[in-house]
Design a protein around this ligand. Structure first.
Ligand SMILES: NC(=O)c1ccc[n+]([C@@H]2O[C@H](COP(=O)([O-])OP(=O)(O)OC[C@H]3O[C@@H](n4cnc5c(N)ncnc54)[C@H](OP(=O)(O)O)[C@@H]3O)[C@@H](O)[C@H]2O)c1
Length: 300
């Protein structure tokens, strides 16, 4: 499996399948949406900014005039918005084949979401935990549905302090908080995988990371220049997500990333999460804490 140059040509026809991609107005999310729309999926661009979402939808429709694409407002950093999005989706759609939890922010100054969570943990992990929970009934009733959580190589820096996830008792370190949010994406994936297996459900929880990809994620001029020179393009960066979401051999719990040195660039292959990311005890604890922080009981 790892020696194949997997590309969008390997995506099976997605006709009749419904996909939600969070943060799909730019970068990896946009390229993921574009590829799925090209393969005839019904694509929901779940975005926080309507104008940016409309522009992305127009771009997809210009390239693929027959594409089925809609824009829906979702702010993953706001639990009320997450619930409204899920309710609205379920009132219009009766199936959900792919939930791609992609939206993310990286290394902002210390801040909090409207619900009082540290910005990166709240956006990158808790918002997607809540979204998946709200949509789980429709995912469960859709045969062979998949959930893909977009993590990062930076998860290797992650080491959750479960006593202080909001960074109120320590000095904030933005990179460390980013790494924490990205290891949380993996804990969430693996715990979800175990729960799905325990219930013998015919669905897949998987994850991916895009290596180093030139997108809107990096905000500083230096990082932008570095990415222009060194990073792969968005379409390549989306391949691990697309392989996780549509690969015919993808299995529950697998993690995909680029094949090249250090997993920075290249075609998507199976990669290994850090040892720490495979700690089942922390994963279980994080699930319970995420339920308590979001006020949700995530029923499988
Ligand atoms: N690029 C890389 O090298 C790299 C490496 C490792 C992991 N990743 C991961 O890849 C994912 C996609 O990032 P990207 O590189 O494609 O960056 P990007 O171009 O900045 O895309 C991020 C997307 O997330 C959206 N978003 C941010 N906060 C949101 C919120 N509260 N609610 C809804 N949407 C929100 C952004 O919307 P706005 O346009 O409105 O801000 C944007 O559409 C992230 O999870 C990131 O951690 C990227």
């Amino acid at each position: 499996m790892t020696d194949i140059k997997w590309t969008t040509n390997d995506i099976p026809d997605q006709k009749g399948r419904v996909a939600i991609i969070t943060g799909s107005n730019s970068g990896i999310g946009f390229e993921t949406a574009l590829a799925l729309a090209e393969k005839n999926a019904e694509v929901i661009l779940a975005v926080r900014n309507q104008a940016k979402g409309d522009a992305a939808m127009d771009k997809i429709r210009t390239l693929f005039p027959n594409a089925h694409v809609v824009v829906k407002r979702l702010d993953v950093a706001n639990l009320a918005s997450v619930k409204d999005f899920a309710d609205s989706f379920k009132s219009e759609f009766s199936r959900l084949d792919l939930l791609i939890n992609n939206a993310g922010i990286m290394v902002p100054p210390y801040g909090k979401t409207v619900d009082g969570f540290e910005l990166q943990f709240g956006t990158n992990h808790l918002g997607h935990f809540a979204l998946t929970s709200h949509l789980f009934d429709v995912l469960k009733s859709t045969l062979k549905s998949r959930i893909v959580n977009v993590s990062s190589n930076a998860h290797k820096m992650g080491n959750l302090n479960v006593e202080d996830l909001s960074w109120e008792k320590r000095r904030y370190f933005n990179w460390k908080a980013y790494g924490d949010s990205k290891i949380a994406n993996l804990y969430f994936t693996f715990e979800l995988m175990r729960k799905i297996q325990d219930k013998n459900l015919d669905m897949i929880a998987t994850s991916a990371h895009p290596g180093l990809t030139d997108t809107e994620l990096a905000k500083s001029a230096v990082s932008r220049l570095f990415n222009k020179l060194m990073a792969q393009k968005g379409a390549m960066g989306a391949l691990p997500t697309l392989r996780a979401a549509t690969g015919s051999a993808t299995k529950n719990g697998q993690y995909f990333g680029p094949s090249g040195l250090g997993e920075w660039k290249g075609y998507p292959v199976l990669v290994s999460p850090s040892n720490r990311a495979q700690d089942t005890e922390i994963a279980r604890k994080l699930w319970a804490i995420s339920e308590s922080m979001t006020g949700l009981k995530f029923e499988i």
